[in-house]
Design a protein around this ligand. Structure first.
Ligand code: SAH
Ligand code: SF4
Length: 339
């Protein structure tokens, strides 16, 4: 249990010897002002000290490092959790609108070979509080709740469904981040996508496609063997219909692997009928994978080809690569987490 794992009812229990309005004050401090009990000057000193000393409202994240790049526009935190595990969070500012990229697990079990997190193996699921606190800490650092949250850090969010979803509800209900500004990115866990379609909050769904045929996708994204494209696309279509939200496909461009004209044509065949947006990002090289990212010229011509085929495609700027902060290739500087 940590600061952002505590529910309002649990907080009321902690403050049962206090006037009732103290619950609102502490909740407002945590979720409105983004501060810990030690900074809540609205509370009497003795209560502040008691809450600050107790374990119940202790922070879950200990800052190991915070690196800044892009002239201050990108910040990456490396956090240590209570059990010593490490995760990362990235904050990006575009035109004064901030996006926080959060981790949902320590490592990842999905084994995508090109991904630094996948190469590290699986550690454990993050708790609700460990997820929510990433957003709060990033918000506190910029003096304001971020506008957007993307689940594109370490881990596969739909493999930690209950906690990720409770965190989404907390971000929405208590931090006030609108569902249309929350994006869950998945490698393609079909039952998770179907479950997401049944939730009340219409969050954005991003699917890491990377290949538009099963042969190549089996190799790049091993979970495709369990949930092949046909099933994945049916689930995506169901999500889109249930939510009325535009879907997006992530496509990490690898030189000579998925950046050729025929790859664009295959991708367009899938994206056009679904009205999906395609996010292109040149692969960030990692030590454990031989393919390299497509050259800028190839990235542009791939995008132009998609656009000429009627696809809404954009190139995601590869932010913060100089500090290894690019969202989606976080490794916490770790070696393998699991055998
Ligand atoms: N597990 C989820 C979310 C975290 S990964 C998922 O896979 O969608 C976030 C994004 O970063 C995914 O689209 C993933 O494919 C991408 N990614 C991982 N490694 C990358 C790399 N080396 N270069 C570029 N994108 C990468
Ligand atoms: Fe996990 Fe996503 Fe990396 Fe694949 S790309 S290993 S699902 S974090």
């Amino acid at each position: 249990m940590a600061r952002y794992d505590v529910s309002r009812a649990e907080l009321a229990g902690l403050l049962s010897d206090q006037p009732r309005y103290r619950v609102d004050q502490v909740w407002e401090g945590l979720y409105g002002q983004l501060i810990g009990p030690e900074e809540m000057t609205t509370l009497p000193r003795a209560l502040r000290d008691r809450l600050a000393a107790g374990r119940e409202l202790a922070p879950a994240l200990g800052e190991v490092t915070c690196s800044v790049s892009d002239r201050g526009a990108t910040r990456k935190w490396l956090w240590e959790l209570a059990d010593g595990a490490r995760i990362e969070t990235v904050l990006m500012e575009y035109d004064r609108r901030a996006t926080v990229c959060v981790s949902s697990q320590v490592g990842c079990a999905m084994g995508c070979g090109f991904c630094a997190t996948g190469q590290a193996g699986f550690g454990r699921n993050l708790s609700v509080g460990e997820i929510v606190e990433q957003v709060v800490r990033a918000g506190a650092a910029r003096a304001g709740r971020p506008a957007n949250v993307v689940f594109m850090g370490m881990g596969e969010p739909l493999a930690n469904y209950p906690r990720v979803w409770s965190a989404v509800e907390r971000l929405h209900d208590d931090l006030g981040i609108s569902a249309r500004h929350i994006t869950v990115s998945t490698v393609g866990i079909v039952p998770g996508i179907r479950r997401l379609a049944g939730e009340a909050l219409p969050v954005n769904l991003a699917v890491s496609l990377h290949a538009a045929n099963d042969g190549l996708r089996d190799r790049l994204v091993p979970i495709n063997r369990r949930y092949p494209l046909r099933d994945l696309l049916a689930a995506c279509d169901a999500y889109r219909r249930a939510k009325g939200r535009r879907l997006s496909f992530e496509w990490a461009l690898m030189a000579g692997v998925n950046d050729r004209a025929e790859d664009a044509a295959e991708l367009a065949d899938i994206a056009v009928p679904m009205g999906a947006h395609v996010n292109l990002i040149p692969l960030n090289p990692t030590p454990g994978w031989a393919d390299t990212g497509s050259a800028p010229r190839v990235v542009r011509s791939f995008r132009d080809r998609l656009v000429s085929l009627g696809v809404n495609a954009t190139v995601r700027r590869n932010r913060g690569t100089e500090i290894d902060a690019a969202c989606g290739q976080l490794a916490a500087g770790a070696g393998r987490l699991a055998g």
